[in-house]
Design a protein around this ligand. Structure first.
Ligand SMILES: Cc1cc2nc3c(=O)[nH]c(=O)nc-3n(C[C@H](O)[C@H](O)[C@H](O)COP(=O)(O)OP(=O)(O)OC[C@H]3O[C@@H](n4cnc5c(N)ncnc54)[C@H](O)[C@@H]3O)c2cc1C
Length: 464
């Protein structure tokens, strides 16, 4: 067992990297290790994107990683573009703050902020080491945390932080869930899509932002055939516009606590906005800042009501699509090439020959049917229930009683400061979590702005 670090960060996507950046910026000397199997820090799944068409879903003005400087990304982009980077941005006649950068470029921005923080941290003797491995087990006692890596190494530290991000869903009621992912194409793998017959039919499960990315990938790969999209509600993400400011009605009215009250008031505000000729996205966007408070105050019954009745609409109205991607989807729909159907996926169907067959049940129909395509793309989202994640670390943490499922089994439970709760509901002093694993605690715990704020607060907590 090697004494490796003061703070071990498990996962080097945006969350783990921004935590390291915030720790490096704080006074004092500390050794930080980020354990991440990917070759580069700061990217994770989202910012490993290589296609220019796979963009952020918010403009630069909304995607700063520095909670103290909302213009941080805009300023970085201004310098980057002035230096000859991202020449394609010139095709969009909008100010830099309104550009939707490619996610791969956003990864470069995150990495540059890490590099700068490393230099600043080095002046006081702080270091960040990237350990390229996966954590497969973790134990904790009163004095330290010990982790085991998939290459056999074992490390010890004073604190550990779970920044393990999101796990892809294999949404199927059947046992062969892994079969679905094995049969499906990666939504971002343009090279694999180039192997398809361009005129063939492609099936997509799920109609959220990952589906939009998959359609961008298919277009990029030269696919020109039909695209059949199936999702339970058949709802598409709305396009993100730049709405003007709107009064923060939830800050003024704390009597709104339940999902029903929220929806009623939000609808009223949207109607008022539309009557004044203002975009309905303006009132909706004021809700974001209050979601964590509303969710954490709610009872489990109210949370369940929200998930069952409001979630699909929240997802499609709030998690909106970048304008260029949305325009592509709209064009393909108007050409009749892309069809979105409200239908649930029931499983893979055995068949002989090429392609893939799936069983679906269309909304409102009792009988199921089989649909055949040349390829299948699974864009059905994220598995937040750690009990269903077939990965070593989540399974070991649950088996050892070091974590317990969060509200509604969304991620894991933690105290307000991020200290993870064990199976008995006790917050320890060594193990913390941030980002998507805290979905059940805050509902929105995934986007760039959520992660940036959590990183700053958790760094202060760990150092304090
Ligand atoms: C395709 C995609 C696009 C997105 N686009 C946007 C967007 O436009 N705007 C926005 O605000 N948000 C977006 N998001 C949300 C996004 O999740 C967050 O912005 C951010 O990536 C979350 O960072 P993270 O580090 O918590 O998770 P991740 O990026 O998932 O990183 C977690 C990392 O942990 C590592 N890891 C997991 N388990 C272990 C282990 N046991 N040991 C060691 N390492 C481990 C993984 O390898 C991974 O690199 C997007 C997400 C996805 C998937």
């Amino acid at each position: 067992m090697s004494e490796s670090a003061d703070i071990l960060i498990i996962g080097g996507g945006l969350s783990g990297t921004m935590l390291a950046v915030q720790l490096l910026r704080l006074p004092g000397q500390r050794r930080i290790s980020v354990i991440e199997p990917r070759a580069e820090l700061g990217r994770g799944e989202a910012y490993s994107a290589v296609e220019l068409g796979h963009t952020l879903n918010g403009n630069a003005a909304r995607m700063s990683v520095d909670p103290d400087n909302p213009d941080d990304l805009t300023q970085w982009l201004t310098t980057h573009i002035a230096g000859g980077g991202w020449p394609e941005s010139a095709e969009q006649a909008v100010p830099i703050s309104e550009l939707f950068p490619p996610r791969g470029l956003f990864g470069v921005y995150v990495q540059q902020r890490l590099a700068e923080a490393r230099v600043a941290g080095a002046q006081q003797g702080s270091t960040v080491e990237h350990i390229c491995a996966e954590v497969v087990d973790l134990q904790s006692d009163a004095d330290s945390v010990q982790v085991s890596l998939n290459d056999g190494r074992r490390l010890r530290s004073t604190y550990a932080v779970l920044a393990t991000g999101m796990f892809p869903a294999a949404r199927t009621p059947q046992k062969e869930s892994s079969g679905l992912n094995a049969a499906a194409l990666d939504p971002w793998d343009v090279a694999a899509m180039r192997q398809l017959d361009p005129q063939s039919t492609v099936l997509i499960i799920g109609s959220g932002l990952t589906m939009v990315d998959a359609v961008v990938s298919l277009e990029q790969a030269g696919h020109r055939g039909p695209i059949e999209v199936f999702s339970r509600h058949g709802l598409l993400p709305h396009v993100r516009r730049q709405p003007p400011a709107w009064p923060d009605f939830l800050a003024e009215d704390h009597s709104i606590r339940t999902p029903r009250q929220l929806l009623r008031e939000l609808r009223r505000q949207c109607r008022d906005a539309i009557a004044q000729g203002i975009d309905w996205q303006a009132p909706l966007d004021t809700v974001r800042a209050h979601i964590a408070r509303l969710w954490s105050q709610a009872t489990d019954v109210q949370r369940r009501q929200f998930v069952r009745h409001v979630r699909p609409w929240w997802e499609s109205h709030h998690h909106r699509s970048a304008p260029l991607s949305a325009a592509l989807v709209e064009r393909l729909r108007s050409e009749g090439r892309l069809r979105i159907q409200a239908a649930s996926f029931k499983g893979l169907e055995p068949h002989s020959g090429a392609g893939v067959s799936i069983r679906i049940r269309r909304r409102g129909e009792a009988a199921t049917g089989v649909v055949h395509g040349a390829a299948l793309i699974n864009s059905s989202g994220i598995e937040y229930d750690w009990r269903r994640v077939a990965r070593a670390l989540p399974q070991q943490l649950l088996a050892r009683g070091l974590v317990r499922p969060g509200p509604l089994a969304l991620g894991i439970a933690a105290a307000v400061d991020g200290a993870v709760l064990d199976a008995e509901g006790q917050a320890g002093s060594r193990l913390f979590a941030m980002g998507p694993p805290l979905r059940g605690m805050w509902w929105e715990s995934t986007a760039v702005t959520d992660v940036a704020l959590q990183a700053k607060a958790l760094a202060a907590r760990l150092v304090g």
